[in-house]
Write a protein that binds this ligand. Structure first.
Ligand SMILES: C[S@@+](CC[C@H](N)C(=O)[O-])C[C@H]1O[C@@H](n2cnc3c(N)ncnc32)[C@H](O)[C@@H]1O
Length: 244
């Protein structure tokens, strides 16, 4: 068994690893994909550029607000298109950056149900997504996402989880039975900047790393789903509900 190491940084943005000197166990930072490789991949996405995206990304950088970013955004759109998604539920929408990608994918007849606890995020989302011409595909609710989900009827093609990390197991348990066969459960931050993989770490809030580990294990142990973690940025889990 390899010796324990630790992750002692907090949240976004990802720190650059320092390879200049040997590291003591207490200062090792795990970055799933080397930032140079992510920068290269990001450089390939010029065709996805839109002024409103730059505005949303600049706001995230200014406020240190954890949006999924361009690489994961493109991944979400591609996943949604690949299952012909028309109805998406987002747990934790912030000001609509991830919803931008889902809304593009679902088309003019589709709907993305957005949720966030902060009413200011709704105002910003409306402004950004109006500008993008996507607001008419959005139902944005403010409040506790798990409660809003319980009050919303029907099955979804995709349930996307990006709430506070302590809520991850609960969201999975709620969502898994409301995804149609062949549909997807997707969650961001499932590697939690490497904390899930090490024995010693400083967490953002008590119990969040343990909650993410529980969440990931529940998904991979569920015989109704096929699951995979894309290590891009902070790790995105994709679990497809089996059809037979
Ligand atoms: C990581 S950010 C979401 C980012 C967004 N998915 C994106 O990539 O653009 C998490 C957001 O979820 C909200 N949030 C966290 N837990 C929540 C919950 N249980 N119910 C509703 N909103 C929640 C926070 O207010 C925050 O705006």
């Amino acid at each position: 068994m390899s010796p324990p190491c630790s992750v002692d940084h907090l949240n976004h943005p990802l720190p650059m690893p320092d390879h200049s000197s040997p590291k003591s166990p207490s200062s090792i930072a795990l970055v799933p994909v080397d930032p140079a490789i992510e920068n290269y991949m990001r450089g390939l996405l010029g065709l996805t550029d839109a002024p409103v995206l730059h505005e949303m990304e600049a706001l995230a950088a200014r406020r240190n607000f954890p949006i999924v970013g361009r690489l994961v955004g493109v991944f979400l759109e591609s996943l949604a298109k690949s299952v012909n998604a028309r109805r998406v539920f987002e747990f934790g929408s912030g000001y609509g950056y991830s919803a931008y990608w889902f809304a593009k994918a679902v088309g003019p007849e589709g709907r993305v149900v957005c949720t966030d606890g902060d009413p200011h995020n709704l105002e910003q989302a409306e402004r950004f997504l109006q500008t993008a011409g996507l607001w008419d595909r959005i139902d944005f609710h403010t409040g506790f996402a798990q409660d809003i989900f319980a009050r919303t009827d029907g099955l979804f093609d995709i349930c996307y989880n990006d709430v506070d990390k302590g809520g991850y197991p609960e969201v999975w348990r709620l969502a898994k039975d409301r995804i149609r066969p062949g549909g997807l459960y997707i969650a961001d931050n499932v590697l939690w900047h490497g904390r899930v993989a090490v024995e010693e770490f400083t967490d953002v809030a008590p119990g969040w790393t343990e909650a993410i580990r529980e969440h990931n294990a529940l998904i991979f142990d569920d015989p109704e789903f096929d699951a995979y973690i894309n290590p891009t940025r902070d790790g995105v889990i994709v679990a497809r509900k089996k059809t037979g």
